[in-house]
Design a protein around this ligand. Structure first.
Ligand code: MSP
Length: 640
């Protein structure tokens, strides 16, 4: 049976020995979805590579007294190594200097020329004679060459142009008919409003001012200029226009081109119009992700050392880095990188939440049952809640990963991690262990914990390919049928014949003062820790159910000067809340007010009166004022 295919690409990278953590984002994200799709049984092709031609490379090689090819060879090796270090599972690595690619690009150029979609004309630009470079008006620095800062002249050069304008209407229609083609929406709007609506211009696709590129073989002196060469890699890698185009037939059109927002235009305008001219289908989706920024600005070569992915993986481990970039960058938006942030994530999400869950569970199974459980025996309170969340999580995570919302998928998975930790606090296994007759309940509790850990380990596999193996070793299972994504359809597959094995701490806590980081004084650290404790997460905040409520009735509580009891209308419900505001408001004043109530506060009795919730007020010294709603809102409306 033919399996469904999934073809995903990253951009091909410019050869630079300073690829930073931001560059790694695209590749880690593409790797994650590739791993997930493979787990789901797809026949995946994941392509990445390098974009090696152009004047810059030619000039750098000249400066180093070497050939451009020799110059890039060495850098490309470094890039391949980087992807190995980050456990990137690409199926192919294409170089635009690969012979098969160059041959196919020549044919593409010729085909477009022969059918009249490429024509010869003149390119006008600002020319810097010493640098032998053309610049556009926008690239100039104070009207001078951005490289050497010398004067430039407006010059003309003979060049070939691609009739991009001819495909404008067809492209607009395609975008309208395929709402998922450009994502996220923000990028789609930008492309339509900034480029398509004002009208597309024809595109200059050859150069004569440098020679390091794919030659235009029917016109010596011209080389193919960047985009036809670079973008074509997505089809030349599959053998398009070659003797063997089996892969092209199998995988094209691509399911996703994952690109940074800075190159979204090339992928959503130039590339589709080229494909239309070649009369081949367009990719199903182009997703333009946000950037990882440094506090205080963009990442750059000079700041490279602080964000060098190799150094970061050596310090913190590959899976931690992968987790961090995917968790930190929300769907389609920019995220800010800081090492403190990274360490906080490692310490809280990985060491505290996940690592502790595993070590606590394994230690208890070891202590109370010598490492092997007698199986599930006695169900009890909290089990259903845990099990239903475990079964829901893969469905939610799957949807998010498919929509490239990695951060949201991780949030869902971590809800299960937190729920499992909470289950330990709720069921208190250490108390159950004290009484012999509770042993059967204890066995079930620990079974549910190990099974939830099995769930979590599978869910994180696409994101963190190494950690699951370490977890499986500790909970005593091996990769196989019970570690597949499909096995998440049923809770209770952890084999009772398994024996846990205490092992190394999965994510050790990082001391914030470790390594090259500047030492902070003890006192400062304490203050910092305290401040951090004072933060709550968005999940903490989401636990509070704030509601609007209308005061229907209010009266003083007998025998208590300060208390007023109120009947509040909250949607269909009427509830009583007692509050210490009698010195500030009379009961009459309160009736009719629209207040805000913490609706899910545990009910208590005050002076024998039940109080279900708390109203919000600002108070300082002898002043107090109630928080009210300005506009008339339905009572019971949720506040977020
Ligand atoms: N060679 C072109 C792409 C041609 S594709 C046919 C190119 N190369 S690049 O090396 O400059 O960039 C590669 C990718 O890294 C791009 O998707 C770019 O958006 C991404 N990033 C570079 N810096 C980044 C961040 N700071 N954050 C996230 N992604 C970033 O463009």
């Amino acid at each position: 049976m033919n399996r469904e295919t999934f073809y995903i690409t990253t951009p091909i990278y410019y050869p630079s020995d300073k690829l930073h953590i931001g560059h790694s984002y695209t590749t880690i994200a593409a790797d994650t979805i590739s791993r997930f799709k493979r787990m789901k049984g797809f026949d995946v092709k994941f392509l990445t590579g390098t974009d090696e031609h152009g004047q810059k490379i030619q000039r750098k090689a000249e400066e180093e007294g070497t050939t451009p090819k020799e110059y890039v060879d060495h850098i490309v090796e470094g890039i391949k190594k980087l992807w190995e270090t980050l456990d990137i599972s690409n199926d192919q690595f294409i170089r635009t200097t690969d012979e098969f690619h160059k041959e196919a690009v020549k044919k593409i150029f010729k085909k477009l020329y022969d059918q009249g979609d490429i024509y010869k004309s003149h390119y006008e630009g600002w020319y810097c004679t010493p640098c032998e470079s053309f610049w556009t008006e926008a690239q100039l620095k104070d009207g001078k060459c951005p490289d050497c800062e010398r004067n430039v002249e407006l010059t003309e050069e003979e060049a070939y142009f691609f009739k991009m304008s001819k495909y404008q209407d067809r492209l607009m229609k395609h975008i309208e008919d395929h709402p998922d083609f450009i994502q996220p929406q923000k990028i789609k709007n930008e492309m339509i409003n900034n480029f398509l609506k004002p009208g597309l211009e024809d595109l200059c696709v050859s150069r004569t001012s440098f020679s390091w590129g794919v030659p235009v073989d029917f016109d010596p002196g011209h080389v193919v200029y960047v985009w036809i060469d670079a973008l074509s890699n997505y089809i030349t890698a599959l053998g398009y226009l070659s003797d063997n185009d089996e892969e092209y037939k199998k995988y094209w059109p691509a399911d996703v081109h994952l690109v940074g927002k800075d190159i979204a235009r090339f992928h959503t305008i130039i590339w589709p119009t080229m494909l239309m001219a070649l009369d081949i289908p367009l990719p199903k989706k182009v997703f333009g992700h946000g950037w990882i920024l440094l506090q205080g600005g963009k990442m750059s070569k000079s700041k490279g050392n602080v964000v060098d992915p190799v150094i970061l993986t050596q310090k913190y481990g590959v899976d931690a880095i992968r987790y961090y970039v995917l968790r930190e960058l929300p769907f389609g938006s920019d995220g800010i990188y800081s090492e403190d942030n990274l360490i906080n994530r490692i310490n809280s999400d990985l060491a505290n939440d996940l690592g502790n869950l595993i070590s606590r569970t394994v230690a208890m199974v070891d202590k109370y049952f010598n490492g092997q459980l007698p199986g599930k025996q006695e169900s009890g309170e909290f089990d259903d809640d845990l099990i239903s969340l475990a079964l829901e999580t893969p469905i939610k995570a799957e949807k998010y990963i498919d929509n490239l919302q990695f951060s949201n998928a991780l949030v869902e998975i971590w809800k299960l991690v937190s729920r499992t930790n909470k289950y330990i606090d709720e069921t208190t296994p250490w108390i159950l262990a004290k009484e012999e007759e509770k042993k059967s309940r204890l066995a079930t509790v620990l079974y549910n914990l190990l099974e939830s850990i099995r769930f979590i380990s599978i869910l994180i596999t696409p994101f963190m390919p190494n950690t699951p193996k370490a977890i499986w070793e500790q909970i005593g299972i091996e990769e196989g049928d019970i570690t597949t994504w499909d096995s998440l359809e049923e809770f209770g597959q952890y084999p009772i014949t398994s024996k846990v094995q205490k092992g190394k701490v999965i994510f050790p806590r990082i001391d914030i003062e470790e390594g090259e980081r500047p030492k902070k004084k003890q006192k400062e650290k304490k203050v910092e820790e305290k401040n951090q404790e004072e933060y709550i997460t968005i999940e903490d905040f989401a636990k509070i159910d704030f509601r609007t409520a209308k005061v229907l009735k209010a009266e003083k509580v007998e025998g208590a000067d300060k208390l007023i009891k109120m009947q509040l209308e909250m949607g269909n419900e009427i509830r009583q809340v007692v509050s210490g505001i009698a010195q500030f408001y009379s009961p009459e004043e309160l009736v009719g007010k629209n207040l805000i109530v913490v609706a899910n506060l545990k009910p208590i009795k005050i002076r024998g009166e039940e109080s279900k919730g708390m109203i919000l007020a600002a108070s300082k010294g002898k002043k107090l004022t109630l928080v009210t709603i300005e506009e008339d809102m339905d009572s019971g409306t949720k506040i977020s």
